[in-house]
Design a protein around this ligand. Structure first.
Ligand SMILES: [Zn+2]
Length: 642
């Protein structure tokens, strides 16, 4: 009997010990004994992220988690230890020493939670990765930063190590100007202008110290910034077109003579001067303008024959890189693989040259390596050749649409493209998103509690005008921004699961209907088979375009939205979100369904009521100052969109 009791108690001790090892209590009924201990060497952005971490934990649990530096001796209290060099780490053997860019580890050892990160914001990624993966936080939109309420938090044993799919990750979702959204979703390029004026939205983003260590490479057409006097005063630097090096008034339409040695030297010195002003920039751009014209002088033509137009462009970038690398060996010189320079070059790039491959001619109904158009035009093969000729390669992936209000498939094709890019070793991806949505002229927004709106610029490329208006992410632009931020971190996530997460939190009681709407929108069978590519049948979507949705899809979506509106009728926030999502479908019904008068009448009433609320001003789809004429819009769509 006695022996049996000892046996039972030893089992209990064993169970107790195992539980003690496996589970720790971070917070118990709104009280915690944990402190956040930050390495004193932490940079300004990491320190700010640590404070944000405490704020997230406070909102989640109600408890205050003090943030202290590690030069205070380790107390008996429990600790969340931040930083690979933190003095409170007792056993450094637990942590992998050679973490790569952005990589992090989360380890629970004894009662301590250790979050350690590699170079370039690795620890920041770890902090927000911990919040996402172990505390179920989701940063869906600026107005919907989801932190679950959990007065008690127990954690299992954790040995976690993660790294981003790409070293540099950015998407210019309409939500990017919100620091919480951008930082917490672990994007690491701020995509503000490198030079020139700083409008208020850029300043707002940059004034958040969590963004201070982000890379910043925004200057998409650097040749547009060559000073007027330089362009005017050097005739021989201008491109020769049809026998003349004539002066072009519009900087966006200027081309240059890349074989001109003096021009090569001047651009190198110009680049150096800019870097001396901002020595911390990891990139600097010497990209050509958007005009797609190259110089036809004798010397340039000779070079094209030998190494191609893109080869001469790379040779030019190499010349600049050679000069710049002497003083700034770690800075990347950004050049384009775009438009007339898209074909793989005949020469290798200098190690400091970073080519940005921009497949603007691809079919975006499919991944870059799928679909008849992309396969026949050998996009994947061309990308492989670029990768073979460059040490650094970024990708400018297009997801903008001139018809952003209309439904279009994109999420699953984008995932497959990103998986391919990762497989090829591409280390930077930028996803270009919004174009010509409507905007709100006044700032009386409550972000997306009722009306979703974010700051924008009237001059998208230069960003030299102020953010005097607000974009409204109707349709699914906000969901796309969120899914892309997830995919840029991990190309292999379950997109279905991420859409589900979004719908559950953002659309509440109507999440099933909206999820189904998103999945139908992703299905190519929901559209008419009208190709944007002349030589091809079937459904193929050019950049900036949108397919024509078919009637059965629109009827099904209408039913789903009826159900979604009924389920959200008692909650004004969820209800408004559903109404804003619905305007895409109502708009498509007004454009494309002519034989359902009742459906059209209701769609029209809802559509215009919502539009009145969001003060629309559509560039392409709806004339900014003109009358709202659906027939004009439809003709415009049919003319420009297909
Ligand atoms: Zn030339």
């Amino acid at each position: 009997m006695k022996n049996k009791a000892v046996f039972i108690s030893s089992i209990l001790v064993t169970i107790f010990c195992c539980q003690g090892l496996a589970d720790i209590t971070l917070c118990d009924n709104g009280r915690t004994s944990y402190k956040i201990v930050l390495s004193e060497n932490a940079d300004i952005s990491t320190a700010a992220a640590a404070v944000d971490f405490a704020a997230i934990l406070k909102e989640m649990t109600g408890a205050v988690f003090p943030v202290v530096y590690d030069f205070y001796p380790a107390a008996e209290a429990n600790e969340i230890i931040l930083g690979i060099d933190n003095k409170h780490i007792k056993d450094h053997n637990l942590i992998k020493a050679d973490m790569s860019f952005g990589e992090y580890q989360i380890i629970i050892s004894g009662n301590s939670i250790i979050i350690a990160g590699g170079p370039e914001r690795g620890l920041i990624n770890g902090i927000y990765g911990f919040c996402r993966d172990y505390l179920d936080c989701r940063w869906l939109t600026p107005g919907c930063q989801y932190i679950p309420s959990k007065p008690t938090v127990k954690l299992p044993e954790i040995r976690d190590c993660k790294k981003p799919a790409f070293r540099y990750r950015s998407a210019d979702s309409i939500m990017q100007w919100d620091a919480n959204w951008t930082v917490r979703n672990r994007l690491n390029e701020s995509k503000a202008a490198s030079c020139g004026e700083r409008p208020s939205a850029v300043m707002l983003l940059h004034n958040d110290t969590r963004t201070a260590t982000m890379a910043n490479s925004w200057n998409p057409h650097a040749f547009q910034s060559i000073p007027e006097a330089v362009y005017k005063g050097n005739e021989l630097w201008r491109a020769e077109i049809e026998g003349s090096r004539k002066y072009i008034g519009n900087p966006a339409q200027r081309a240059f003579c890349l074989s001109n040695k003096e021009f090569n030297k001047w651009v190198a010195q110009w680049t150096l001067r800019q870097l001396r002003q901002k020595p911390n920039m990891p990139f600097i751009s010497i990209t050509h303008t958007d005009i797609g014209i190259s110089c036809d002088c004798k010397d340039c033509l000779k070079a094209y024959k030998k190494i191609g137009i893109s080869g001469l462009n790379i040779q030019f970038a190499n010349n600049v890189a050679k000069t710049v690398a002497v003083e700034f060996p770690d800075v990347s010189i950004i050049t384009f693989a775009y438009n007339h320079t898209f074909a793989p070059p005949g020469i290798k790039a200098h190690p400091s040259v970073r080519a940005v491959w921009a497949p603007i001619g691809a079919d975006y109904a499919y991944a870059i390596n799928e679909g008849e158009v992309n396969i026949k035009d050998n996009y994947l093969g061309q990308l492989r050749q670029w990768c073979a000729n460059t040490k650094q390669l970024g990708i400018w992936y297009y997801q903008y649409s001139h018809f952003a209000m209309l439904p279009r498939p994109c999420l699953f094709a984008t995932q497959k493209s990103l998986q391919k890019f990762k497989e090829l070793g591409v280390d930077q991806v930028f996803i270009e998103m919004f174009f010509n949505p409507c905007w709100k002229k006044t700032f009386n927004t409550d972000t997306d509690k009722n009306i979703i709106a974010y700051p924008c610029f009237s001059d998208y490329y230069t960003r030299q005008t102020d953010a005097g208006s607000m974009f409204i992410p109707y349709g699914l632009e906000h969901l796309r921004g969120y899914i892309y931020s997830e995919l840029l971190w991990d190309t292999d996530i379950s997109v279905n699961k991420s859409i589900e997460d979004f719908c559950r939190i953002y659309y509440g009681p109507s999440h099933r209907e909206i999820f189904e709407y998103v999945m139908l929108t992703e299905d190519l069978a929901s559209y008419e088979e009208k190709s944007d590519f002349r030589k091809y049948d079937g459904l193929h979507i050019a950049v900036g375009s949108a397919p024509i949705p078919n009637k059965s899809y629109l009827l099904k979506c209408s039913e789903l939205f009826d159900a979604a509106m009924s389920k959200t009728k008692n909650d004004p926030v969820f209800r408004k979100r559903v109404e804003l999502a619905r305007i895409s479908i109502d708009f498509a019904i007004l454009l494309f369904v002519n034989d359902e008068p009742d459906l059209r009448k209701k769609a029209s009433e809802r559509f215009f009521r919502t539009l009145d609320e969001i003060e629309p001003a559509f560039n392409t789809v709806i004339p900014r100052n003109g009358d709202f004429n659906l027939e004009d819009i439809k003709n415009n769509f049919l003319k420009n969109g297909l």
